[in-house]
Write a protein that binds this ligand. Sequence first.
Ligand SMILES: NC(=O)c1ccc[n+]([C@@H]2O[C@H](COP(=O)([O-])OP(=O)(O)OC[C@H]3O[C@@H](n4cnc5c(N)ncnc54)[C@H](OP(=O)(O)O)[C@@H]3O)[C@@H](O)[C@H]2O)c1
Length: 284
Amino acid sequence: MSIVVTAASGQLGRLTVKALLNRGVPASGIIATSRDVSRIKDLADRGVTVRQADFAEPASLPAAFEGADKLLLISTTTPSERVANHRRAIDAAVTAGVSLVAYTSMLRADTSTTSLAPTHSATEEYLRERLPSVMLRNGWYLENYTAQLPQVLQGGAVVGAAGQGRISAATRADYAAAAAVVLTTDGHAGKAYELGGDESFTLAELAATISAAAGKRIEYTHLTADAFTRVLLDAGVPAELAHVLADADLAMSRDEMFTDSGDLRHLIGRPTATPAEAIAAALR
Ligand SMILES: NC(=O)c1ccc[n+]([C@@H]2O[C@H](COP(=O)([O-])OP(=O)(O)OC[C@H]3O[C@@H](n4cnc5c(N)ncnc54)[C@H](OP(=O)(O)O)[C@@H]3O)[C@@H](O)[C@H]2O)c1
């Protein structure tokens, strides 16, 4: 009985492998994949089976997924290639006889107006039609903000286009813990979990939380989506990502990144990490 974790070299994949081990899954029962197994050598050193898998190269997938019982399909990074990549991975999971695929989708994938949502809803639909599956509709990562703390502290401002929209962000570690629960307990097939942090915030509230933690006045500067895109481009963010981020902020302004489902807290069996805790940890 093996559990495959794709994109195990990535931040979420790595945390999910760790969460599976913490839940008592033996390393020999976990198969971690990456396009380049040298990136997950540390997992091999811990006894995890590591295999090469590139969703753009379907020939690599049968051997990668062989013997898999459950599979965590972590969404890939390039939105324009995402659906085709995911379809190839799902086809290979069908061939491998996988009994359950968990897919890291996005919050409100079926109704969200973001440019990313159609890539997730198309994957969800393709998957649902072919295999018992569970959708892990992950909200925004808190790390999307904590990773920006040096620039925020230097500039004295959180800059965005989310207006007064409420955001239910959570840490990657909490989303990974939820994935590990879904992969190791029964009763999840057919479910779509709307996953987000317990404590939602506006970007102005986030700025206030950073101010309190850093002991420095930080304000929220609201920009139009176009102006925010220009700020991101000027900061060296690649064009595709800049547009995705500005588009996500617009969706946030309409509360599309907010959830009060409680699904994440219920799955992990404890409160989610708060923004203040994530900020304090990042400032340490
Ligand atoms: N919720 C959010 O706020 C948020 C933010 C950003 C991204 N995301 C989504 O969540 C996913 C996981 O997040 P993360 O932080 O772990 O991302 P990450 O650290 O950038 O990792 C991305 C992973 O995608 C894998 N990958 C890329 N192309 C692939 C392909 N063709 N075939 C197989 N694997 C491929 C990479 O594996 P190798 O390069 O080793 O093959 C890598 O492990 C992202 O890929 C993205 O879809 C969510």
